[in-house]
Design a protein around this ligand. Sequence first.
Ligand code: IMO
Ligand code: MG
Length: 422
Amino acid sequence: MSSLAVLGCMWGDEAKAKIVDYLGDRADYVVRFQGGSNAGHTIHHAGQKYVFHSVPSGILYPASKCVIASGVVIDPFALVDEIEALAGLGIDFTDRFYIDSRAGLVLPLHQELDNRSEKLLGDSKIGTTKRGIGPAYADIASRVAIRFGDLAYPDWLKERVVALYLHHHQNVVKSELEELLDRLSKAYDKLKSFVCATDELLRAAYMEDQYILFEGAQGTLLDLSYGTYPYVTSSNTISGGICTGAGIPPRMIDKCLGVYKAYSTRVGEGPFPTELLNEIGDKIRIRGNEFGSTTGRPRRVGYFDAVAAAYTANLNGLDAIAVTLLDVLSGVEDLKICTGYWIGDRRLESFPAHPLDLAQVKPEYLDMPGWEAEISDCRSLGKLPKAAREYLEVIQDLVQRPIELVSVGKDRNQTINLLAKK
Ligand code: IMO
Ligand code: MG
């Protein structure tokens, strides 16, 4: 096996980066294939906290090559800032960072459009991260986007930028245009040595038996097509997104590992069947530090939703799952897992596609015994309280996928590896 996808399988923030970091020591390549700086991937290592937005989480391993593939949308200014901040922490990028020339750019215009759209939508807003992600992907689909490779051709770039503004019915003042082009040129000077055809690079690496780790951003329920539309992000977050986002044939994805929190969270608007609008939710939010790493917003908190989880496991074709933040549930009384959805007297057989249906489902719950003990120091399943083991078993049975990893704390080593035990 030489490639592994690590995918968020709910509404994002599943602690994917922690899992990517845990598994990253064996990766020759770590690849972001969708999303942009809406992602906030946090790693705690050796007393230092790192938050990545566009840079793949594998960058902390000096031998890992990190790739931003064509399906990612890149804010070039934010990327330069991110790289410089990491370089300031002593992380050397020079010969192991790659950016696909076909990646679309997120420009200040996209952030303005994102902000304006959210404001205009009022109560119907999506609750975006306001990073310009939706407008940037929309421009790619409209064929007016500026792509990374355009930065190498100043005259062409100028024409494309003017066309982009025209497309949005905006006249760009000459001085503003010159200023933008100047800033882009400076950013490009700092980034151009990284630009290449990353799809070729990755396919060749795969053929040479290099180990490739695909790092998902956001989560399956935020997928543009299969998520809780319209309250989704604008990229395909599911395993299929790797093919289009990184130029990788389906057969080159050898294993899909889905990441689930031991409970659920969601940021932004949209239906959330198991949401806890009570002190249990508040307790989990505080214990889990459920505040956005990109926007600082408090996250909405709910019980583990096995209906949604089984849906996303099937969509992604998961081989196995990782359960994260189990330690947060120590001391939470009244634990439950959602095992079914009801609308009136009808038990649904599948996850509803329409937001109005999802908004009115009543969750069916299985009461679970809780546990008091803190578990952050447990390094094997056997060390966990019986109730915590039972909790994991129920998740495994309902999602119908084996649990391979359990995270019991922020640090790389606060991980129970069930494969290592076997
Ligand atoms: P990571 O990779 C959680 C959510 C936003 C909003 C919706 C659309 O850290 O898990 P967008 O700015 O993408 O147009 O916003 O998607 N969202 C995320 N939620 N984690 C993320 O990334 C997210 N990226 C976007 O809150 O509801
Ligand atoms: Mg996040």
